[in-house]
Write a protein that binds this ligand. Structure first.
Ligand code: S3P
Length: 180
């Protein structure tokens, strides 16, 4: 069986949208890890942050990645923006599949997420500066975790789906999963 296709990147980089779009030609179901956690917990990400704090949520992300080893088919996994930050998660991702970093400039991200109330980490006085600062910190980590980088500032969905599909098919031809 092929490895999962794992999408990472900052909030608003388009992981869920692109994940959904590429899931059709690949004939692989999409699992959005934020939604998976929300379903398990019976609460939204914002509610989980408010009731239990960020550390609790981060542990649920690790639980979710571990659960992905039980999937019987290769999936498209759209991870929450903070998931690759834990070394443990990056190790799990290496075993789970082919990881693609959706890279966008901070200004692109700001335009996409401004006014969004469902992202607890961006509910602050100056979200634009927060995005810049978090992206400076996260970019090297995302790069380290990635097998492939897809630039998504120019949002041409068809072109992005094609490039993503091609990279995944090329890189995973002949690979078996799980790899451990
Ligand atoms: C987070 C990203 C969110 C969600 C949570 C924390 C982050 O997911 O997991 O709000 O730390 O970047 P999206 O990247 O899908 O918005």
């Amino acid at each position: 069986m092929k490895p999962h296709l794992i999408l990472i990147g900052y909030m608003g980089s388009g992981k869920s949208t692109l994940g959904c779009a590429v899931s059709y030609p690949l004939k692989q179901c999409l699992i959005d890890t934020d939604k998976w956690i929300e379903q398990k917990e019976g609460h939204t990400v914002s509610e989980i942050f408010a009731a239990h704090g960020e550390a609790y949520f981060r542990q649920r992300e690790t639980d979710c990645l571990k659960a992905m080893f039980q999937e019987r088919e290769p999936r498209v996994l759209a991870l929450g923006g903070g998931t690759p930050l834990r070394q443990e998660n990056r190790d799990l991702m290496k075993q789970l599949g082919f990881t693609v970093y959706l890279h966008a400039e901070p200004e692109t991200i700001y335009e996409r997420v401004k006014g969004d109330k469902n992202r607890p980490l961006l509910q602050c006085d100056d979200p634009r500066e927060r995005i810049r600062q978090m992206m400076r910190e996260r970019d090297p980590v995302y790069r380290e975790a990635a097998d492939y980088i897809l630039k998504v500032d120019d949002w041409d969905l068809k072109r992005l789906v094609n490039e993503l599909q091609e990279a995944y098919r090329h890189e995973t031809a002949g690979h078996q999963w799980p790899q451990h």
